[in-house]
Design a protein around this ligand. Structure first.
Ligand code: GDP
Ligand code: NAG
Ligand code: NAG
Ligand code: MG
Length: 401
């Protein structure tokens, strides 16, 4: 039986339509895109359809200062080095781990540029510490003790209240909440490190912690890069924080900016700080703060920002509020909220080309300059760790610069 031509056409269109629907479904359901070769999956939102670290990564654009073309000899008085230091707060007991980290950074970067190292400690450094760290570099090493008035809790902090509130934090499973040295360390890293007299003549710092790893050869002077491109702060990893550690940080911050609206930058990163879509519960428990922050165990920064009137006023306000001790505010969220509010977003830089690890997270670019890490792999360990990645929000609201 012959079928009329219009009917045949209709049938063909119907089949095509059905196929199209199937195609759409099969290509839109998986919002899970592999982000590492280890079979781990990673939920990516519209801010990050694909981890940018999977794409080939080169050096940043613009003029870069190289060791071949300039004088970076360790003892040169006319060297091309700028006003900067590698900076490490560290305990004598961490010597072994620190030396491993130093070797990583010396091999990948500093043996070419010979920037000095500055080691800081609330205790005196041992002779063994000084000897073994100096053996790991041709560059100058400085060993400085932290003045007690920078390290100890301020006099308005109530010890009984600290004990009570830390007990509650411990019950909520907040890591290190019962350790008073950890609270002091976070406060010192928030508002004191750049006040150390030994750093009075230093502007840029690269923070280095024992136990971290570096994977990629970096062949330009990163401090010059910061200066030449007018950057205030560089990061590698961007995370969510435990909201229980900082329930009053955002409310205090809101009170501060109500008093000082003039400190808020026009081109700020507010949306990244207040997002409530990716992790609504975090925002709720942190009373309006997404908890997103630059992970501060890595930072390359301009201390002039921290020494500015606006940052100083902010830190003093927070210090009075007491949350470094009654809660467990980290220096990472404090730095990040300050940068996000008081600095122009264009002045923060993602060092995507610096391969980095602090357990359990990585920044591992796809580049022939790197070895020892898997490009695009963000974490190692339990799969829930993938949720802690705040880069999708950062890329969405701020960008990938
Ligand atoms: N000198 C000194 N350094 C500390 C103290 N507490 C922490 N640090 C340093 O601060 C940094 C962060 O501490 P860490 O134990 O790695 O904390 P985590 O990375 O948050 O788990 C590391 O560089 C430590 O060496 C302390 O009481 N004294
Ligand atoms: C280095 O930077 C600091 C802080 O900005 C400044 O006070 C100092 O004068 C600078 N030193 C040199 C030698 O440029
Ligand atoms: C650097 O930043 C300052 C302050 O925002 C601005 O005034 C200046 O023009 C910038 N310079 C360059 C070279 O971008
Ligand atoms: Mg650490």
């Amino acid at each position: 039986m012959a079928i009329a031509r219009p009917i045949r056409l209709l049938g063909a269109v119907a089949i095509l339509a059905v196929l199209l629907v199937f195609y759409r479904i099969s290509h839109s359901t998986p919002s899970l895109v592999p982000s590492s070769s280890g079979g781990d999956t990673h939920k990516l939102t519209d801010g990050m359809k694909r981890d940018p670290l999977l794409d080939p990564t080169g050096e940043p654009e613009g003029i870069l200062w190289r060791a071949e073309d300039n004088d970076y000899a360790p003892d040169s008085t006319e060297s091309a080095r700028i006003n900067a230091t590698l900076l490490s707060l560290v305990r004598n007991e961490e010597l072994g781990e620190l030396v491993k980290t130093m070797r990583d950074l010396e091999r990948t970067w500093n043996h070419k540029f010979n920037y000095p190292w500055t080691f800081l400690n609330d205790q005196p450094f041992t002779e063994e510490f000084k000897r073994k760290t100096q053996e790991a570099t041709k560059a100058k090493c400085y060993y400085e003790q932290i003045p007690a008035e920078h390290w100890e809790a301020p006099e308005w902090i109530d010890d009984e209240l600290v004990k009570e509130s830390n007990k509650i934090l411990e019950e909520q499973g907040i890591q290190y909440s019962g350790k008073s040295s950890y609270h002091k360390m976070c406060r010192w890293n928030s508002g004191m490190f750049y006040k150390h007299p030994a750093l009075a003549n230093t502007r840029y710092y690269w923070r280095v912690e024992p136990k971290v790893q570096f994977f990629c050869n970096v062949d330009y002077d990163v401090f010059r890069y910061m200066q030449d491109h007018n950057k205030t702060y560089g990061f590698t990893i961007n995370l969510f924080d435990a909201p229980e550690s900082l329930p009053s940080l955002w409310p205090e911050t809101e009170r501060f900016i109500a008093e000082h609206p003039e400190y808020v930058a026009e081109n700020n990163m507010m949306e990244w700080l207040v997002d409530d879509k990716l992790r609504p519960e975090h925002n709720k428990k942190a009373n309006g703060y997404s908890t997103c922050h630059f992970w501060s165990n890595f930072e390359i920064g301009d201390m002039d920002f921290f020494r500015s009137e606006r940052y100083e006023a902010y830190f003093n306000y927070l210090d009075r509020a007491g949350g470094f001790f009654y809660e467990r505010w980290g220096d990472a969220p404090v730095h990040s909220v300050a940068l996000g509010l008081f600095e122009d977003a264009s002045k923060v830089h993602w060092f995507r080309d610096i391969g980095y690890r602090h357990i359990p997270y990585f920044n591992c670019p796809n580049s022939p300059k790197c070895s020892g890490c898997t490009p695009g792999k963000f974490y190692e360990g339990a799969s829930w760790l993938s949720k802690e990645d705040c880069r999708p929000n950062y890329f969405k609201y701020v960008g990938t610069h």
